[in-house]
Design a protein. Sequence first.
Length: 199
Amino acid sequence: MSLFAYLLLGIGVFGITATPSESSIGVSEASSLTQLTPRLINTVKLISETHQKLLAQEKTVRKQLAVQNTATRSKVAGASGNKSLAYAPAKEGSHVFYAGQCTRYIASKMVIPWNGNAKTWLSKAESMGYETSESPRPGSVVVTAEGPYGHVAIVEEIKGDTMIISEMNYQGWGKLSSREVPLDYDKIKGFITDDRLNS
């Protein structure tokens, strides 16, 4: 029988009888215990509910870690496939971002010390003294105004007036893909070109 059940029966940790009476304990003690019992019951309920929530969260985290371990063992041939690396761990020193997002992909490849949605990355990099530019170079991060939260990708190659980028969550949650983008694409906000990202 659980502690909660014992408290409901009034037998719990204080050895309370089902209905405290003047004959078993003093009048003031009976009054105090009668007032204390509902609070104890509510406290135990709260502890029990919190415990159940923590168990559920632990179960979710264990599942995510299992998927993450599987994903990190997978080999991705280039960045053109749709293999999911949604749970790839962040590089040491990186902030951890939501699984399956473009930000998570970048943080698994580079050291990203800031947090936030992709649309804030350029200003956050600048405010932390990181080099930014209006021109890309291989290995830099491109920040775009695509989607309501912005988008980030890695510049893999410059080809004349276009660039090849690798990214996650452009073709769907957790999907790794690549595309060729014009350098004058109007959604480009700028590039984070600081070498510290690749350290």
